[in-house]
Structure formats: structure tokens, C-alpha cells
Ligand binder design. Sequence first.
Ligand code: HEM
Length: 449
Amino acid sequence: MSRTITIAKAGLPPGPQGTLIGGNASQIGTRRVDFFLDLAQTYGPIASFRAGRWRVFLVSDPELIQQVLVTDARHYIKHFGARAFKPILGNGLVTSEGDFWLSQRRMMQPSFLKAQVLSYAPIMGDLTNAMLSKWAPGKAVDLEFEFSGLTSAIALKTLFGLDDHGEREAVDESLLEVFDSLTERLDAIFKLPLWMPTPANLRISRAIAKVKKLVDGFIAQKRSRPLANDLLSTLIMAQREDGTRMTDQQLRDEAMTLYLAGYETTALTLTWSWYLLSQHPQAEQKLVEEWARVLGGRTPNADELTALPYTAAVINEAMRLYPPVYAIGREATRDLELGGYRVKRGYTILMSQWVSHRDPKYFPEPERFLPERWLDGLAARLPKFAYYPFGGGQRLCIGSHFATMEAAIALATVGQKYKFTLSPDAEIDIKPQITLPPKYGMPAILELR
Ligand code: HEM
């Protein structure tokens, strides 16, 4: 296929002026997703702004996104935001680059193929039922808290084979401590680098050391016991073409990456799905009818998921309106061309699912929650990067099958027993960080279905 040679336009894509020193950093800090949406609506499919010392292009046309994530992918690395997580994720799949990343991805891919992931369905169902056994009608809960507990338990069981509640809590607490402090750091990206011995940095370093020790313990245990069907065991056995396997440090980085990349994102999918359903009783009614018809009160097994198209449509639509990862970024490693503009080495390209998923060209009445839009083959008709909750190209989320299966099993299992009414005084807003949690949680009252 011949590629047209485009002459790069002089100058930068259109965008707001910003302040002399910070550029548009303050808007990114305070009203990030609105700022991105305004930018795309005002300046078009390729806009630019400055965040502190970073020059950023916001790209929202599917073809341009494809150029960054697929065609020119080899000339981009992850952007500064993703790199801020290196202290905890090390050289795991999310943060590694180049040949090393490729070799790890090839080794890990088989563990995440659909057929392999299906074997985790019973664990997902059992742990959802274990959560339900602690619920009672009339109880006030925070759905985000409940679903984070659930997806964390599922991640720790499928990843490390962990059943023990105490062990699970220890990992959870220390990982959360690290993750929260790193998220804060990202919000304060202009602050001192992590190696400076400030009290906050020392706290993070101590928390990181604690988590690493815990995970190292799991790896040592796994190595000394007969191998089981958990992900860590499959990673221990995984081999490169030359027969070599992962070192303990590589295993640790990958295990922590899988845990952190996987559990909160899936919890948010469930939380926002239930929020949207609580606001749209007709859609909820259709779900209940689908479950009654196909499942009759049972927890779905892996084979039954394909018979639940409305459940899948609700999950798709929730991830459209509240994409758990609402933006991904890349940094150019050499001068490039994009949409007729010159991308200089070091520039950041940002692609926002929050923005793309609201494009009325592909999603008429974009702010409406309308699961039906997915029922007549919309996914196959859309251009590749009009809807990309799991990213795309070579860095496509490795856990996408895992996550969609987990969300469908949990949604159907929970929803056949309970419904939720939002607490009357609940204030619902978003708090964009790396992911998109509700700002004040999701307080709800449980009612028996
Ligand atoms: C609804 C849930 C999830 C969402 C929305 C989500 C979203 C994403 C996105 C957008 C990316 C691409 C990031 C980029 O290109 O910069 C990604 C990558 C990744 N995700 Fe997920 N994810 C989810 C669940 C999971 C789960 C359950 C796991 C693990 C079990 C996981 C593991 C990963 C890993 C390891 C990568 C990096 C892949 C690579 O670069 O090779 N994710 N995810």
C-alpha cells in the first residue's frame, strides 16, 4: 500500500493560549475531561496545548489515533504520566518499552487468551456470591468500595491463588497506599522527583518496599509448590523462544502490574454500570428479563455469557460514557507527521476515550445511556478507534477478555439478587485520575430484587 506523503504544516495545531509558565496545567488539574472535550469541540480533531514543560496534541479523529497507536506505534513510547508509575510497576507490561516489552508480551499473551481466561469464570462467580452473602436488604453500602473489594479478591485469587482473607487484606492495603500516593504525585507532577528524600517520598518508598516483599513471598511460595492454575503459575512456566523464563524480578513487576491495571478498572465498570442502571429503570428491566430467561437465578457460567447480549450492551455503553481509562498518551521518539502537523521528538499525543466516545458522528445523542445502540452490530460498523475502552494496536489491554467476562458475571450475579437505590443525598461526580472513579463514592441502599 502506498502512503501519501504529506507536507507538515508550519506551526502547531490550534489550541488555547494558556499562561506563560504553566500553559494549561491548571485546567488539567481541575477540570480535566471537560477541558479535553471543550478543546476537541472548539479546535477540532487535532488540537494542541501546553502542560508545564510538555507540548501536548489532543487527537480525537479515529484515523489519526490509528496512525499513533498502530501505523507509527514504533516511534512512540508511553507518555510522562504512564512513566510516573515506574517506581511501582517497574518494567511490567504497562510501563516497559521496545524489545523487552515485546518479549514479555509474547510470553504472557497465551495466559490471557479467551480460552484460558474462561477457566477463571467459576472463581469470579464464587467470589461474587461470597460478597453477596455479606449483604442484607436495607443495608447502606458504597458500591465503589464493594466492587473494588470484589475485583481485588478476584485478582488476588486468579493471580496468586490467594484465598486467605488476612493475606489478601495485607496486599490490598499496602498496594492501595502506594497507588494512592503515586496518583497524588501524578496530580502534582511538577513536584520533586521520587529520589529526593522528602517525607512523602520516603513514605512511598517504604510502602513500595513492603509490597515488593509480599509479592516476592508469593513468588517464592509458588516456586516451591506444585504448580496450579493461577496466573502467576502460568507466568512462572512461560518460556521465551530460546527456552529462558522470567526472573523473580520480572515476575514481581508483571504480577504487580496485572493486579494494579486490572482490579480498579473493572470495579469502576461495575460501579458506573449500576449508577447508570439506577437512573434508567427501563434498561434495568430489560436486563432482569434477559437474566430470568437465560439464567433463571443462577450465576452464569462461561458458556452462557454469549447468550446475554443486553448485559454486554450495558457494559459497553457504561464504558462508553464512563471509560475507566479515560485517556492514553504517547511521546514521540523522533520527529513525525500527524494530520499535516509536525510532531517534534518529545511531544506528547493524548487520545481521550471520554472525548472520542462522545462524538455524535458515531454515537447520536452521545450523552444518552442507550444500551440498545450496541444491539445491531454497531461495534463492527464503527471505525477502529471510535470506541476504544481497552486502547488498541500492539499495546491493547491484555486483560480485556478477563475484564469483560468478570464484569458480565458480577453484573448478572449481583443484579439477580439485589437492586440499588442511590442514597437520597448522594452527590455523583467524577474524579479523573489515571482512572475515573466517582468523586464522592457511590452510596446506595440495597434492596432485594
Ligand atoms: C474494564 C477494565 C479495563 C480497562 C478499561 C482497561 C483499559 C486498558 C487500556 C486503555 C490499556 C492501554 C493503555 C495504553 O495504551 O496506554 C490497558 C493496558 C493494559 N491492561 Fe487493561 N484495562 C482493564 C482491565 C484489565 C485487566 C483485568 C488486566 C489484567 C488482568 C489488565 C491489564 C493490562 C495490561 C497488563 C496492560 C498493558 C498491556 C501492554 O502494554 O502490553 N487490564 N488497559
